[in-house]
Design a binder for this molecule. Structure first.
Ligand SMILES: [Zn+2]
Length: 234
């Protein structure tokens, strides 16, 4: 990445937070390329817990492994920004709502029960959010086209799928519908504000559930980046 490391959330607003938070505390959401995260000076793979590294060992595709590492590190950076602790001082855990076991399923911060956390990764992209109350985030490459429609109609509200398909640009519309649903699903509730945007510099579509106002903490996009060329370009 030609923008260099250190630009993630490097605004004056993203420095120290008081150690207490409650209603109205600031949330932090960050979107970055996997390469940006892995080059970030505050982050290193050795921040990951032994149980996380154990899970990584099962991922055979190096690029996918990098995406997972990046998302987990970005989550620590968000938690660090919100709590004022160093990234090494926050220890995310996961618990599965299905089987009740630790180590997979919904992420949370055992030492900060008032904060919601969520992360997402896709091809070369990572996103994470930490903030008061339920939060969810999803990132997908701008060029991704979810489908087939039969699957979408099973997972998403029929009327919304049909409306997206009937519009002038069904592919991107279905993608936005998809990331919004994913973010709400991760938040565990539909009763939160949903924001969705396109990060053109990173060729990413992002949806954020909850964490009102967190979008302003996003880092600026890297200036010169590979142009998002559609696969069927002229
Ligand atoms: Zn489970």
């Amino acid at each position: 990445m030609s923008s260099g490391p250190g630009r993630l959330g490097a605004g004056p607003a993203a420095t120290r937070r008081p150690p207490s938070y409650g209603e109205g505390a600031a949330a932090v959401a960050l979107v970055a390329t996997t390469a940006e995260v892995l080059a970030h000076p505050e982050l290193d793979e050795d921040l990951l817990a032994p149980w996380e590294r154990q899970r990584l060992a099962g991922i055979r595709v190096p690029a996918r492994r990098d995406d997972v590492v990046a998302a987990r590190l970005l989550l620590r950076l968000c938690a660090s920004r919100v709590t004022g602790l160093p990234p090494r001082g926050v220890a995310p855990a996961q618990r599965c709502p299905g089987c009740g076991r630790d180590g997979h399923g919904r992420p949370y911060l055992p030492d900060h029960p008032g904060l919601g956390v969520s992360y997402s990764h896709a091809d070369g992209l990572a996103a994470a959010v930490v903030g008061p109350g339920p939060v969810g985030i999803d990132v997908e490459p701008l060029t991704r086209r979810p489908g087939p429609v039969s699957v979408l109609r099973r997972l998403l509200p029929h009327d919304e799928v049909d409306a997206a398909r009937a519009g002038p640009d069904p592919g991107p519309a279905l993608l936005r519908l998809w990331v919004r649903r994913e973010a709400l699903f991760k938040a565990g509730t539909d009763g939160v504000r949903l924001t969705e945007w396109t990060d053109r510099g990173r060729a990413a579509v992002v949806a954020l559930a909850g964490a009102d106002g967190a979008r302003r903490a996003l880092s600026p996009a890297p200036a010169p980046s590979p142009a998002p060329t559609p696969p069927s370009g002229r």
